[in-house]
Write a protein that binds this ligand. Sequence first.
Ligand code: SAM
Ligand code: TMP
Length: 409
Amino acid sequence: MSSNVPCHICAAPVQEFFDFGRQPLSDAFLPADADLGQEFFFRLAVGVCESCTMVQLMEEVPRNRMFHEAYPYHSSGSAYMREHFENLAKQLLSTELTADDPFIVELGCNDGVMLNVIAGHGVRHLGVEPSGGVADVAAAKGVRVRKSFFEESVAKEILAADGQADVVYAANTLCHIPYMDSILAGVRTLLKPTGVFVFEDPYLGDIVERTSFDQIYDEHFFFFTARSVQEMARRNGLELVDVERLSVHGGEVRYHLAPAGRRSPSEAVAALVAEEERRDLAGLGTLREFGDKVMKIREDLTALLEKLRAEGRTVVGYGATAKSATVTNLCGIGPDLVPFICDTTPAKQGRLSPGTHIPVKEPSAFSGDYPDYALLFAWNHAEEIMAKEQGFREAGGKWILYVPDVHVV
Ligand code: SAM
Ligand code: TMP
């Protein structure tokens, strides 16, 4: 398969390597009485740039369709992630935010899970968050928020109002933004020459190693590697100076970018780039093999769910994640196989999952009458969830996982 889609980083051709077919928006949970005929679908396919090696979606979804007043994802929903961001805030406070009157800008601050720690320390900050509902939650915690999409023009306005930043930070946000030139120009505009741009996102190396194909959905436009981030930085007057592997969300990398020539890259950067080269991570052969494994998971998961249904076993979905839209729609999993998904997010409860229309219910629907099996869509929070749901195990319940392959524990 080849295509003429130009790379969003360098404009060279992007080679498609996997097509998930027609997919809905992963966070577009529908009201129970919605007109299902009006649901928005797009072609979810993924490719790799021949030149800069950036892995990216072949089709872009307009940003206002995904990020708006009713965007349902609340970052503070996981105790583990709250701790993760608190630790990161403390790390930044003791390293990069030690100048006189330091200033930090966060892109995609969501419900203020990170910035509320910074605000608590009285440090000057600004969150830039286009999704109004979650931005209001952040503001109610005492976080200073600007309700808009970050882009170059917004960076200029922030600079005029607040001055240069010591740190620009983004978690699980940069990979959502196809218009990268505008973002990086904005970051350059805002950053002090001594400043740093830190961002963390799902790592292609982990996605390929674990076949975590459900990380691929409308909102995740880019799948970064050290090599592709290095190239993206270089084209925009920035330099990749450090990388940290993180275990959260199924494996991420935290990248540190500085204005070019201002900091010496750490050994970790060269080591990760070399490891990616050795694995041929962005090679079409590697990526097509990943696609074959995805098809095997699809086959195995569908077969297991059909077998359990035939045996009269009950299966409930656990965690109405954005990721679950990719799995349910690729595998054709609807309410006939999984009658409901339980989730702690009030904005998702009482609604139907995108595309395959599985009702989402409160966690009490799970613990009130345990099923025989729980299909763990929120596998990235497995430790936290399994610890919380000891009662399910004690009642004889089993977890179904599909990453890195379909297995029951
Ligand atoms: N940082 C939080 C975390 O790690 O949990 C939130 C991540 S959430 C998956 C992505 C966030 O990015 C959403 O809250 C969305 O509204 C925001 N976003 C999308 N495009 C953006 C842009 N151009 N500028 C700033 N935020 C953006
Ligand atoms: P995420 O994988 O994008 O972080 O989404 C996790 C989803 O799972 C979110 O909708 C909240 C839900 N969830 C639960 O229902 N119970 C839990 O214990 C946790 C940690 C998450």
